[in-house]
Design a protein around this ligand. Structure first.
Ligand code: IPM
Ligand code: MG
Length: 384
């Protein structure tokens, strides 16, 4: 433990939002790992369980805005399960809760590491961990996700639907600046991913901002890849990427592809970061609520536990974060397959294995994951 970490506050107020579908079961695993991490690394948390999601919405009509927003606002961080259920019209919970939170709390960056961990199976033949270690910095509050647009003559042959993508210089600049800082702490390569040949207005803003910011980071090499070409390069030559910065919608799409490359949706984690400390950041696995497998013990909790690790890194508990990440990798490496019965245990059993592995890591009987961890990168690029 460094001097700074012993002198700073090590008690954190967390909100826990298990949500719908597989959210509660994977969140339970993350909380079990958190209990063990606290015991081993000497910090503590005060947790408030927030009831939200489909059942809550159907019973009360409540989404994010109002009482829930207020109880979340005062927290140091939010652990989020997932949201969405067939009983609620698609989009209501996604927009009314997830997007509303990202926007209200200015969680400007959606940080999504895509790292093939040693021993973890990938559907990409011959891909080795050395060739796959990158981080996506997805703009998280603007673009097509602002929900602006209109429809006239709806339901007729003359229907006109307009869907706007809003890109502000300030919004673009803050994510590009974060991406440069992150790249500077890693392999010093930043790629802008967009579709500037077609989306010329937004494309110009992103390109100009990238060029302006590049002057402040002369050590970082920059390049540009169209989003369609990204879908080709990612599975074939992921080694060409270190940090990739991109718009909200493109980031949503390409990080699902990234998740597959690193072993599947069950293992991908994310951090929704508020960059100025004005509101809490939120941590969630990138998989959705998967209602078809909910409650069956078939979900892989790794994405949720790795999101917890990102949360710990964000709070400054780097040692614990790195140990949790290592424990997850150890357990993933022992699995036949990364989802369902091939995991060799139910969701909660996998969670227990991760918790047990964490004790082994802390006791020094399992080596810490080698290589540059996103957890260190998060600390290095944090401005608060
Ligand atoms: C994600 C999800 C969300 C998004 C949905 C659930 C609103 O797909 O976090 O990637 O589109 O951002
Ligand atoms: Mg998505």
């Amino acid at each position: 433990m460094t001097t700074s970490s012993t002198t700073r506050k090590r008690m954190y107020a967390l909100a826990v939002v298990p949500g719908d579908g597989i959210g509660p079961e994977v969140t339970d695993c993350a909380l079990g790992v958190l209990d063990k991490a606290q015991e081993l690394f000497g910090f503590s948390t005060e947790r408030e369980l927030i009831q939200a999601g489909a059942q809550h919405y159907l019973a009360t009509g409540e989404l994010f805005a109002g009482a829930i927003e207020e109880s979340l606002r005062g927290k140091d961080a939010i652990l989020f399960g997932s949201m969405g259920d067939p009983s609620v019209t698609p989009g209501i919970l996604e927009r009314g809760f997830i997007l509303a939170m990202r926007q209200a709390f200015e969680q400007a960056v959606n940080l999504r590491p895509v790292r093939l961990y040693p021993g973890v199976k990938t559907p990409i033949a011959d891909l080795s961990p050395e060739r796959c270690d990158m981080v996506f910095v997805r703009e998280n509050t603007e673009g097509a996700y602002v929900g602006r647009g209109s429809t006239v003559h709806a339901g007729t042959k003359n229907a006109v639907a307009v869907q706007e993508s809003v890109n502000t210089r300030a919004g673009v600049e803050r994510v590009i600046d974060y991406a440069f800082r992150l790249a500077d702490s890693r392999r010093k390569k930043l790629t802008l991913c967009h579709k500037t040949n077609i989306l010329v207005e937004a494309g110009k803003l992103w390109t100009e901002t990238m060029a302006d910011m590049a002057k402040r980071y002369p050590e970082v090499e920059t390049d540009y890849v169209h989003v369609d070409a990204m879908c080709f390069h990612l599975p074939v030559s992921p080694e060409r990427f270190d940090v990739v910065v991109t718009d909200n919608l493109f980031g949503d799409i390409i990080t699902d592809l990234g998740a597959v490359i690193q072993g599947g949706m069950g293992v991908a984690a994310s951090a929704n970061l508020n960059l100025d400390g004005s509101a809490p950041s939120m941590f969630e696995a990138i998989h959705g609520s998967a209602p078809d497998i909910a409650g069956k013990g078939l979900a892989n909790p790794a994405g949720a536990v790795l999101s917890l690790a990102m949360c710990l890194a964000h709070l400054g508990e780097i040692e614990a974060a790195h140990a949790v990440e290592t424990a997850v990798v150890h357990v993933l490496g022992s699995m036949e397959g990364l989802a369902g019965p091939e995991m060799g245990g139910t969701t909660s059993e996998v969670g227990e294995r991760i918790t047990a592995a964490l004790s082994g890591v802390a006791a020094g009987s399992m080596p810490l994951l080698a290589g540059r961890s996103i957890m260190e990168g998060m600390a290095a690029s944090s401005s608060n």
